[in-house]
Design a protein around this ligand. Structure first.
Ligand SMILES: NC(=O)c1ccc[n+]([C@@H]2O[C@H](COP(=O)([O-])OP(=O)(O)OC[C@H]3O[C@@H](n4cnc5c(N)ncnc54)[C@H](OP(=O)(O)O)[C@@H]3O)[C@@H](O)[C@H]2O)c1
Length: 252
């Protein structure tokens, strides 16, 4: 398969790593600025947007929302019969379809963690297009076909999630530094704790409350800390912070 990626910034780079694992595929990449690519033989720099479009069957678009409208207009002339997969957060599906009527369109949301090939991938498109893309999207993680409203509503969790998670992990790491450990060691310990915990949850298919119950001893340190979190309404504040920034999108 010939795959294209337009926009090799944070998201496009991670996509190129994940998608290039299958060596029989060619990954054509293009960015208007200077850009780095992973050192895999099947990743090829396209000379121009037009040549990327000509040589690719499925094209991932990973430019910022402010650049997307112009870009979709530009590629619409070379898109006949191609599949365009947009990662542009909160950019309406109907608008892409209107701009590129000759292509099959799929709107997805995931994160830079696709590089691990274990990220959630939310998709909105027809069932037929989704089935055609499914094996490709599986290279990024677990694909889910869903409504556009869900794809948009979950941008803060699926797309921004790694940053929100890192913010929380950084506070745990800061505590370790206060306890007298170097920051790089603290970060590594916290990352390993988070990684092993996520694996444990997925491997055992256990819900978050059941996990908390397993770790918590009555009147022990864990429940005392969680009680302090509740007193300071940490959970409520996290949910409110996300909701307040997404309220307008969720209502529209
Ligand atoms: N970063 C994430 O974690 C994440 C997660 C989920 C979804 N996304 C989505 O992914 C998209 C990209 O985000 P990002 O963080 O990767 O942005 P980024 O790091 O700024 O990368 C975008 C790249 O696209 C280039 N570009 C812009 N217009 C172009 C055009 N017409 N032709 C070729 N290249 C063009 C930019 O060049 P210039 O530097 O010249 O502008 C830049 O190098 C966004 O729509 C975002 O919503 C990102």
């Amino acid at each position: 398969m010939n795959i294209g990626i337009i926009g090799i910034g944070n998201m496009g780079y991670a996509l190129s790593v994940a998608l290039s694992k299958k060596k029989v595929d060619i990954i054509n990449v293009y960015d208007r600025s200077s850009y780095k690519i992973p050192k895999f033989k099947n990743i090829i720099r396209a000379d121009s947007l037009a040549s990327l479009m000509k040589n690719s069957d499925v094209i991932f678009v990973a430019v910022k929302p402010a650049d997307a409208e112009k870009l979709f207009e530009e590629i619409s002339f070379n898109a006949k019969g191609k599949t365009i997969v947009s990662l542009v957060a909160l950019y309406p599906y109907a608008k892409i379809s209107q701009q590129i009527p000759s292509a099959k369109i799929c709107k997805i949301m995931s994160s830079i963690a696709v590089e691990t090939r274990k990220a959630p991938v939310l998709a909105y498109c027809s069932k037929e297009i989704f089935e055609d893309l499914k094996e490709l999207l599986k290279r990024l993680g677990d694909p889910y076909l869903t409504d556009e409203k869900v794809v948009d509503a979950l941008v803060p969790i699926v797309g921004s999630g790694p940053a929100l998670f890192a913010y929380f992990l950084d506070s745990l790491s800061q505590y370790i530094v206060l306890a007298g450990i170097e920051k790089d060691v603290a970060d590594r310990i916290v990352s390993l704790m988070a990684y092993s915990t996520s694996n444990y949850i997925i491997k055992n298919n256990i819900d978050f409350h059941a996990l908390i119950k397993k770790v918590t001893t009555p009147s022990g340190i864990t429940i005392k800390i969680l009680q302090e979190f509740d007193k300071r309404t940490i959970k409520g504040n996290i949910v409110d912070s996300i909701y307040s920034k997404m309220e307008n999108y969720l209502k529209s």
